[in-house]
Design a protein around this ligand. Structure first.
Ligand code: SAH
Length: 260
């Protein structure tokens, strides 16, 4: 029997055309496919179109609420299926190694003697910028990007938003994942270091037909997001790279679509 194998595959931000060729190829080799919440049916349909023997598909989204410790449950399932000889593909939103616990899953699999293959995906933060037509590192405005989570792990410290604001003031664009529920605290913290008129945006469902966005300023974003009714999954972007859009007051009515 060949060595137990599992792949962690990035499904990209949502638009099926943003799957990589390697992701599609790897998904089509699966006998068992463990699928995240953030991966939509169109992505699965595109990747599996015309496949001879479709894999067993298990939806392991945390919102599905299959167990009280879903992450531990998912990891046990991956290990058990791979050790039983299945070709396990864990399909994750965006990139498997940008948040979303791909790193922890790879460690658990390797510790169980399972060969791990990782396939990059386009991460939501990069897709969100492009879907607004905003280059996150436009050199007139930014010398880099910080990808940061707004969500503290259980028992952990929330991010030091004032410190991140100081970093942003040095010309680093902030891209915040899982931050929309913390928006008032995030904005108040950043405002300790950044002016109130610093451009700030929220993009929900980036690259999907239901994408919605608000472009405002750091001072006005929390109220604007509430007024627009935006929620998770969303990425926040803060920095002068948004300047053109913020001056216009809002993002283009027809947001720039990503092209493959
Ligand atoms: N591995 C993923 C991130 C997982 S964490 C990636 O690389 O994109 C989950 C968070 O990702 C969400 O709370 C949200 O902040 C962000 N996210 C994922 N897909 C998104 C999308 N289509 N639009 C906006 N944000 C998204």
């Amino acid at each position: 029997m060949s060595r137990p194998w599992c792949a962690l595959v990035g499904a990209g931000p949502g638009d099926p055309e943003l799957l990589t060729l390697k992701a599609v190829k790897t998904i089509r080799r699966a006998t068992v496919l463990l699928v995240d919440d953030l991966v939509g049916p169109d992505v699965l349909a595109t990747a599996l179109a015309g496949v001879d023997a479709p894999p067993r598909i298990v939806h392991v989204g945390k919102r599905g609420g299959c167990a009280s410790t879903p992450q531990a449950f998912i990891e046990r399932l991956m290990v058990a299926e791979a050790l039983a000889g299945e070709r396990v593909v864990r399909l994750k939103g965006g990139d498997p190694f940008v948040f979303g616990r791909g790193g922890e899953e790879a460690e658990v699999l390797r510790a169980a003697g399972i060969e791990v293959e990782v396939v990059n995906g386009i991460t939501a933060g990069l897709a969100a910028g492009t879907s607004l037509g905003v280059p996150l590192t436009h050199r007139d405005h930014a010398r880099g990007v910080i990808l940061v989570t707004g969500h503290a792990r259980e028992g952990g410290q929330p991010p030091d938003w004032a410190a991140l604001g100081h970093a942003a003031a040095q010309g680093l664009t902030l891209v915040v994942y899982m931050g929309i529920a913390q928006l008032p605290a995030l904005s108040a913290g950043l405002l300790q270091a950044l002016p109130g008129d610093t451009p700030a945006a929220a993009v929900q469902h980036a690259t999907l037909p239901q994408q919605r966005q608000v472009v405002a300023t750091l001072g006005t974003l929390p109220a604007a997001v509430t007024a627009a009714g935006l929620g998770s999954p969303a990425v926040l972007i803060v920095g002068d790279v948004l300047l053109g859009l913020a001056r216009a007051g809002e993002a283009p009515a027809d947001p720039v679509r990503l092209t493959a």
